[in-house]
Design a protein around this ligand. Structure first.
Ligand code: SF4
Length: 198
């Protein structure tokens, strides 16, 4: 009896291979195996019991929306958010690969420092990293502070440093950007940039 379209006929491995090798028996495999339902079933097994959360891709400034599936505290799957105004469910290869980057053992999780003249990176604590950064920023600002400039023979106060620049990222929120700009003004730099403009 010929299999009807949409009818999933049970196949053992031997029969399946014979059909695949034969190729010309008048029936395509898609007529015998309901591939769409097989894929859907595999996906639902993988995501069973997973919690959904939405986020934005962290790679570029497009800010594509993503639905994350989290199981036992781990990201197990992600896909483009079809309701997101930017990407309508689509993701480029970088966004789609984020699931691998997320759990990668190669991800940096602690600050590293390579001492002047050193040939290797060493782990340091967050407190030490912040302390070092703060001291460097202070000394750089002090060493390159410009209090005034003469323009057209007139001495004008400018109070700035040209030795510090701030670089934001695509995933900074509006509130973070506000604070970021404020910090730039407090430090006295005009160079506040964004990674997506480079
Ligand atoms: S999915 Fe691609 S285009 Fe969208 S934000 Fe990520 S990197 Fe940019």
């Amino acid at each position: 009896m010929a299999a009807r379209k949409g009818y999933a006929m049970p196949l053992d491995r031997r029969t399946w291979l014979k059909l695949a090798a034969g190729g010309g028996i008048g029936l395509s495999l898609s007529e015998l195996v309901d591939a769409r339902s097989v894929r859907a079933s595999a996906a639902s097994t993988k995501l069973e019991g997973a919690r959904e959360a939405t986020t934005a891709c962290n790679f570029c400034s497009c800010g594509c929306g993503i639905i994350c599936h989290v199981k036992d505290g781990k990201l197990v799957h992600l896909e483009g958010d079809p309701d997101h105004v930017v990407n309508r469910g689509a993701l480029c290869s970088k966004g789609a690969a984020m699931v691998a980057a997320h759990g990668s053992e190669q991800r940096l999780r602690v600050p590293l420092r390579r001492a002047p003249g050193g040939d290797r990176w060493q782990e340091i604590s967050w407190d030490e990293a912040l302390e070092r950064l703060a001291r460097k920023m202070q000394s750089t600002r002090d060493a390159h502070w410009v209090a005034g400039e003469t323009v057209g023979g007139v001495e004008l106060p400018v109070n700035r440093t040209d030795a510090i620049a701030l670089l934001g990222g695509a995933q900074n929120t509006n509130e973070e950007c506000y604070l970021f700009n404020k910090m730039g003004r407090l430090l006295g730099t005009n160079y506040v940039e964004h990674q997506a403009r480079l």
